[in-house]
Design a protein around this ligand. Structure first.
Ligand code: IMP
Length: 196
């Protein structure tokens, strides 16, 4: 990937995610601009993998804007239930974003198997250039599913995810405690290393 300078599109319409990604990109001297600000359409996530969906979003934004574009896709994989909810992590919560119900479904399906509660969060990042070139990076955070949910600090599936070697869930950690342990931070480390 050539050395990047100037504006870079963050291909997400989620304001929280754009802020988080912008903070991580700032030190690289890049000027993040969101897909929403540029009025770019949000493509449907039609691929079967995190990396496929991140690539689809980054490519669409780079082509539409003529600028380099970065997209991410992430979710929770529980090994005993075939990696579910996986790429459907957001969709399991439904239109009302009911993560209480989504976490209960994870627990019900997992406990019905009687298998180990091993799980991981995954984050795929894709960086696309307007000339069609693409690079992807993946980060993971390993842990176990616990029940009942514990902690109210995080979002999504944080209250049922206890990272390996620790005794608190992501939901019981402050933002600053959780950040360096995450799948997103690990994927970003790889991206940043490739840009240097
Ligand atoms: P995306 O916005 O399409 O990448 O969907 C990601 C979904 O995965 C979110 O809605 C969350 O449900 C879940 N997820 C991803 N990362 C985390 C995390 O760090 N903690 C809790 N849930 C997460």
């Amino acid at each position: 990937m050539p050395r990047l300078t100037g504006r870079l599109v963050v291909a997400s319409h989620n304001a929280g995610k754009v802020r988080e990604i912008a903070a991580l990109l700032g030190p690289l001297g890049l000027e993040p601009v969101s897909a929403g600000e540029l009025g770019l359409p949000e493509p449907d996530e039609t691929e079967a993998t995190f990396t496929g969906n991140a690539a689809l979003k980054a490519r669409a934004a780079a082509l539409a804007s003529g600028l380099p574009a970065l997209a991410d896709d992430s979710g929770l994989e529980v090994f005993a239930i075939n990696g579910d909810p996986g790429i459907y992590s957001a969709r399991w919560a439904g239109p009302n974003k009911d993560f209480g119900a989504a976490m209960k479904r994870v627990w019900d399906e997992l406990s019905a198997t009687g298998a180990d509660p091993d799980a991981r969060f995954v984050c795929a990042l894709a960086l696309a250039l307007p000339d069609g070139s693409l690079e992807t990076f993946e980060g993971e955070a390993r842990g176990s599913i616990v029940w009942p949910p514990r902690g109210e600090k995080g979002f999504g599936y944080d209250p049922i995810f206890e990272p390996t070697g620790l005794t608190r869930t992501f939901g019981e950690m402050t933002h600053d405690e959780k950040l360096p342990l995450t799948h997103r931070a690990r994927a970003f480390e790889k991206l940043v290393a490739s840009l240097k």
